[in-house]
Design a protein. Sequence first.
Length: 211
Amino acid sequence: MELLYPDIYHSANDHPFGDEVCTRAYLVTRSEGNLLFYSSASIEESFEFIHNQGGLSAQYLNHRDEASAHCDRVRERFGAPLSCHQLEAFAVSQQCQVTHTFEERQLLKSNLEVIPTPGHCPGSSCYLLTLNDRRYLFCGDTLYPDQGQWTVFVDDSRDGDKSEMISSLELLREVPVDVVLPGLFVGNTAFEAVSKERWSSIIDQCLRQLG
């Protein structure tokens, strides 16, 4: 895994759709227990590295599309329970074992807050991690960069909802963020460090796409 910020690493890039769309998982090392966000087809290649960093205490999914058998292999290797929103639990459980669910905005750990952000999927959820005086938003597929331009995707066939996405974006605009770490990206921009003004600009750009 590659160091991105102090105590935050990312896996190798995956191409789950066989095209230019990239996905990756993120490892966060903490004295209270290490965390894994999203999933990766290459995660087993990093098991020795993760073990040397102290293993894993939990893994978190943004939504159903991140679920795979790799999540179960992580659980089996490190005993790390998997959490997702209650509305994603059935779909996720078709791919891997769900241990914990949540339904509302709350603190999951002392420095980790979950923020439900429906729109892409009914139970899509972002995670706000405060670490080393930075606030990291793991936003999954709720919004992501496509050739450097942040965008959103609402697919009715996958229970996406435009009005819910608008409400979620308006909520996220008020969340203090220093770094945005999506679950997927297209092009060379995989994440972005943002100011308050830049974050508002990103949200407004995504809202304009929704009309």
